[in-house]
Design a protein around this ligand. Structure first.
Ligand code: NAD
Length: 436
């Protein structure tokens, strides 16, 4: 099939490359001409394991091209995917301006029957909204269907997730669109991956429900951390003890500095707004968000309690700036919040991340950035670990102790063992574990 992807960010780029790899003819479109120029030159614009190989292979076979020419891209497509950003506005509502703009562009250039598939995470009712905008901006001569096709890939494992998703959700009430979408995803369903075909509104809500459920598990564990610290219980043991219950399962039970990224925070807030807009109660989802935001402060309090000098006279090393490992995405990263808060309090900050430094430099003023994890801790008063990269788990902790001016470690992701750290002579605090 011929596919056009509007919005070549994390979702659009991985989906475009993934569909091309399944044999489809794909054009990835974006309004950001610098991004498109880099991609045309074969330079990936995001860090994602396995993506570079996928891009090279499919660009060479000419199944994948990049363009800013919306008209040409839309005209030649059977299916147009909308993959633009839907960030949170100040009031928690979803900023739908990019989706509306994309729908308008499709309407202006529609030249025959097409499916417009929405992959962006959008509030209930957006399928109808996109339909209306496309209709208003087109000549009205051409038939089209709008379907909801929410995306569930995880940054850091996006290529794997595209090729091997837990499920594919398609929201549509059109038989024609359903058959085309099922045939598009046939190679994936052949590997026994379920395709859930439901109504558009349900499909739109499934995405918010999924992200909020995952966020809830993290906030659930984080709410228990204080009790663990006050009583001597250990949150990792609690996670193991409950995770072995097959009704609960072991994943997403990690207490720590809280969730971040471009999805969980905004999607929980959007669900709260949606519930309130429809006059429904939202207290559970509000609490998920509140607990998460409180976690940032828990890190700072722990740091202040272990630092030998006041914050304004201290230099803090921060390991990890991305919101999670294996990505360069720093959107809503707890690490970025912590760095900004430390700088505001007058501390010096030495920061390191294996792949997110370039993005972080654009967002943070006043920190020193290092390309080496050990250089970033040299002569610092404390180390705060904010992202659970393997290279932090496997770090030479004897060297860490030698390089730090004071052996203070705040482990925002519980990657070290308190008793080992104590034996090595660190002043150490994880989250929800014994403070030694
Ligand atoms: P992103 O910010 O990385 O990419 C969005 C892209 O859209 C940008 O390159 C931007 O220039 C482009 N764009 C904006 N307006 C445009 C327009 N009118 N025409 C063409 N291009 C336009 O965003 P993302 O992380 O890929 O997320 C996209 C959507 O997918 C969001 O709704 C998000 O919630 C959802 N989602 C994201 C993830 C994820 O892990 N990032 C996972 C699942 C779903």
């Amino acid at each position: 099939m011929k596919l056009a992807i509007i919005g070549t960010g994390y979702v659009g780029l991985v989906s475009g490359a993934g569909f091309a790899n399944l044999g489809h003819d794909v054009v990835c479109l974006d309004i950001d001409d610098k991004k498109i120029e880099r991609l045309k030159a074969g330079e990936p614009t995001i860090f994602e394991p396995g993506l570079t190989e996928l891009l090279v292979r499919n660009m060479e076979s000419k199944r994948l091209i990049f363009s800013t020419d919306m008209e040409d891209g839309i005209k030649r497509a059977d299916i147009v995917f909308i993959c633009v950003g839907t960030p949170a506005r100040e009031d928690g509502n979803v900023d739908m301006s990019a989706v509306k703009e994309a729908a308008k562009t499709v309407g202006q250039h529609i030249n025959g029957y097409k499916i417009i598939a929405n992959k962006s995470t959008v509030p209930i009712g957006t399928t109808d909204l996109v339909k209306k905008i496309v209709k208003e901006n087109s000549t009205g001569k051409f038939d089209f269907d709008v379907v909801s096709n929410p995306e569930f890939l995880r940054e850091g494992a996006a290529v794997k997730d595209f090729e091997n998703p837990d499920r594919i959700v398609i929201g549509t009430d059109s038989q024609r669109a359903k058959e085309t979408m099922l045939s598009l995803y046939k190679p994936v369903s052949r590997t026994n991956r379920p395709i859930v075909v439901i109504g558009c509104k349900s499909a739109e809500l499934v995405k918010y429900a999924a992200n909020s459920m995952l966020a809830a598990r993290i906030s659930f564990m984080n709410q228990l951390t204080q009790l663990c610290e006050k009583t001597g219980a250990d949150i990792k043991d609690i996670a193991r003890g409950i995770g072995l219950d097959s009704r609960i399962g072991p994943r997403f039970l990690h207490a720590g500095a809280g969730y971040g990224g471009s999805c969980f925070p905004k999607d929980v807030k959007a669900l709260v707004s949606m519930l309130k807009d429809y006059g429904c109660n939202a207290e559970l989802f509000e609490a998920i968000d509140t607990i998460n935001e409180r976690q940032y402060f828990a890190i700072l309090e722990k740091l202040e309690s272990l630092l030998p000098a006041p914050m304004e006279n201290s230099v803090i090393s921060v390991w990890g700036l991305a919101f999670k490992p294996k990505t360069d995405d720093i959107r809503e990263s707890p690490a970025i919040e912590i760095v900004k808060e430390l700088l505001k309090k007058g501390a010096g900050v030495c920061a390191y991340d294996p792949v997110a430094l370039d993005n972080a430099k654009k967002e943070i003023n006043g920190a020193a950035f290092f390309n080496d994890r050990y250089e970033a801790i040299n002569d610092c008063d404390a180390l705060v670990v904010m992202t659970e990269w393997d290279e932090f788990r496997n770090a030479d902790m004897k060297l860490v102790k030698k390089l730090l001016k004071h052996p203070v470690v705040i482990d925002g992701r519980n990657i070290y063992e308190p008793d080992v750290m104590k034996t090595m002579g660190f002043s150490y605090s994880g989250i929800g574990r014994a403070i030694l």
